[in-house]
Ligand binder design. Structure first.
Ligand code: GLU
Length: 492
């Protein structure tokens, strides 16, 4: 059987990084088996419909490089569908669900339920009071054909429910969790078709996965409890049951589900901060999956090669932003400067440091800054204070820097530095190699007492990239201006 996997999100307006990880594992598995990876949209819950969500979803996946072979795409601003098993949007497949629910009703495996909301609430309350798990009490299972016809003629609303078999053990295999079996007594008579005529997730997902010839259903573990109901449906239709893979939830550091309230969770949050797609994907692959060796940096091709469900844990994977930062910084460090120059552009423009023309005109200067600081940043947005630091001649010092600059000997040190600068044409390697020794000799300041005030005086920071290179980049005139500014403002 060909390997065909699908990622089947509901377009809720943003893509949670947990969803991106599911999509990624789908993709890696499919590619590793020379199979197909399909993007299907599950939009039958009309109350959750969000304008523009589809576009955002596809763009986020595309940005991450998790590219599907079949399903929904955007081309020239239009949503289009490609593949022989479409439509790939559930709301366009209603006739297929109708056709299939009729088969179940015909066979007596699904039934119409006319119970009012009031009745269902009452039953639930009663069950809760008795300490039982709330479940439909199967009241409409036994309706005669006459009663059903009468209700329909009277125009009563109804849903269609799945007739769960009595007293059976429902069994299936999960590639991560092994064999699972559930007593059918514990399964509710699931609604398959809602009163608005739309299918529920449970019904649509089975019809679609079967008709789209999906071989492996890879999804979050929150769907594990739905699987027995779906297995029953496969059995009722006489269809081959696909393989199931339920992935561990992406957790935060407190081992709780990673939620929006704790900060960045959507793919666009990370994109907007300047995480590189390769790095985000690389890191996400490691959240729940452990590669065999010690290597942690993988290209997409390497991930495809290495990935297997054998090494995916049963328990949740912890999403650790610090680790992500480390992975991202490795990628930034190794990116070439020209590429970074392009990538950093939107951040610099957005921060209003330069306009478009200035950005082009100062390319060399920017590339020098990028080269100098790319080892220091975790994500691209972090370049902003560095670029800012090289602009203008004012030195913005915080309290700690101010304290350092007030110390004894600093004034003399900075004056000596200005003198040395006045004696040269411009700052070059030669100058930066000798200047620290010279100043030490002249002023007696050394070590921390030499480096910290010098850096603080010209940059406003006590730590930062290579100081010699920083001096070269600032240049003689700017350095003297900054030193004078500091002398004036911060020293005593
Ligand atoms: N539509 C479901 C979701 O939003 C898909 C679940 C599944 O993959 O079966 O995640």
């Amino acid at each position: 059987m060909d390997t065909r996997v699908r990622f089947a999100p509901s377009p809720t307006g943003y893509v949670h990084i947990g969803s991106l990880r599911t999509a990624l594992y789908d993709y890696l598995y499919a590619k590793g088996k020379q199979g197909k990876y399909i993007l299907r949209i599950e939009d039958t819950d009309r109350s959750r419909f969000v304008e523009g969500a589809l576009e955002n979803l596809i763009k986020s996946l595309e940005w991450a490089g998790v590219k599907h072979d079949e399903g929904i795409f955007i081309e020239n601003g239009e949503v289009i569908q490609k593949g022989e098993y479409g439509p790939y949007i559930q709301s366009e497949r209603l006739d297929l669900y109708k056709e299939h629910i009729d088969i179940l009703i015909e066979k007596g495996l699904a039934y119409r339920c006319f119970c009012s909301k009031e009745r269902l609430d009452k039953v639930r309350e009663e069950q809760k009071r008795k300490g039982q798990t709330p479940m439909y009490d199967k009241h409409c299972r036994g309706l005669s054909q006459e009663e059903i016809d009468r209700n329909i003629n009277e125009g009563k609303d109804y849903v269609i429910r799945l007739k769960i078999p009595e007293d059976e053990s429902i069994e299936f295999k999960d590639l991560i969790r092994g064999n699972i079996s559930i007593d059918s007594k514990e399964i509710d008579d699931q609604v398959l078709i809602k009163s608005d005529g739309f299918p529920t997730y449970h019904f649509a997902v089975v019809v679609d996965d079967h008709l789209m010839k999906i071989s492996h259903i890879i999804r979050g573990e929150e769907w594990l409890t739905s699987t027995p109901k779906q297995v029953i449906l496969y059995n009722y239709f006489g269809w081959e049951v696909p393989e199931f893979v339920h992935l561990p939830t992406v957790l935060n550091k407190d081992k709780k589900k990673l939620s929006k309230r704790q900060g960045d969770v959507s793919v666009s949050d990370f994109k907007d901060k300047g995480y590189l797609p390769e790095a985000l994907v690389n890191y996400l692959a490691l959240v729940g999956w452990s590669p065999k060796g010690n290597n942690e940096i993988f290209s997409m091709e390497e991930l495809i090669e290495e990935f297997s469900f054998e090494n995916v844990s049963k328990t949740g994977g912890v999403f650790d932003v610090e680790k992500l930062n480390w992975v991202n910084s490795q990628y930034i460090k190794n990116y070439d400067n020209d590429k970074l120059y392009e990538l950093v552009k939107p951040f610099v423009l957005k921060a209003d440091l330069l306009d478009k023309e200035e950005y082009e005109a100062r390319k060399n200067w920017l590339i020098n800054i990028i080269d100098l600081v790319k080892e220091k940043i975790n994500y691209l947005e972090e370049i902003i204070p560095h670029v800012e630091m090289f602009m203008g001649t004012e030195v913005k010092a915080d309290e700690e820097v101010k304290e350092t600059l007030k110390q004894e000997g600093v004034k003399e040190l900075l004056e000596a530095f200005i003198k040395e600068l006045q004696n040269i044409n411009d700052v070059d390697d030669e100058f930066t190699k000798t200047i620290f020794k010279k100043l030490q000799k002249e002023t007696g300041s050394k070590g921390k007492n030499l480096y910290m005030p010098l850096r603080g005086a010209v940059t406003g920071h006590l730590h930062g990239p290579d100081m010699g290179k920083t001096f070269i980049l600032l240049g003689k005139v700017n350095l003297i201006d900054r030193l004078n500014y500091t002398l004036d403002k911060y020293t005593k």
